[in-house]
Design a protein around this ligand. Sequence first.
Ligand code: HH2
Length: 284
Amino acid sequence: MIWRCRDVTYDLADRPLVMGIVNVTPDSFSDGGRYLDPGAALARCHELLSEGADVLDLGGESTRPGSPDVPADEQWRRLEPVLQALRASRPDAVVSVDTRSAEVARRAVALGAKVVNDVSALSDPGMGEVVAGAGAGLVLMHMRGTPETMQQDTVYDDVSAEVTAFLRTRMARAVAAGVAREAIALDPGIGFGKSAAGSLELLARLPELAALDRPVLVGASRKSFLARLTGDDGPPQDRIAASLAAASIAVFEGAHVLRVHDVAATVRVARIAAAARRARRTIA
Ligand code: HH2
């Protein structure tokens, strides 16, 4: 399984990738406000790279349930100094930009970003062309509505079938805009317009999404469905063990990329889960 992101081509048959989260925002659900200062964000980038992150996912907009849209100029005001400093200090780092805005994506790829992580899966009309023009990797994620409205309706007839059908359609839209199939990764959107049971079901039925024959990215890290399952009522930072369990299940069931806050621990968990996945294949 190949994932092409500009001049970097990942062979995901070997091992899953770990994508480290850096939210340059005042209000993200887990790390909001911690990395709004460009120096703090840059230090976090370096820390996650030293922990073994393959890719850094930088976002200038929270997409937690209920959050409002952040204008492109404000996202860019937050992201630009970090992208500039990272390019100067670690030109080898693979950067993903977490944005729904084609304009932010266009500016980020001009500064070297290799992946566009679009949780709206090409809702902004120009996004496909921006990604295609740069030859960037593209993450297409399933969400119902927008972050502001998505938790209002979390009932599905068949959550996995609906998510898979949606992503198949958005993948066709990306290809029609000129994005190479090999550049596309698919994400079921854990917690985005899903109940806790729905998020869990998506993890358990990941092979159905993997059957589309594109890399599968899973972002379950510290999300509230984990706390609903464990019964914990502490802050998101207390959900590390639960997040690692989810990461392990995701890899075992076919995930190729894990988007996480806790990189060092996830790298180790992913190694075990991938080895178990390979062992199962050998037996089968
Ligand atoms: N989850 C979040 C943000 N971006 N991108 C992808 N592809 N998949 C995800 O599951 C995903 C994502 C939400 O998590 P976080 O960035 O930690 O919080 P916030 O949106 O509040 O900044």
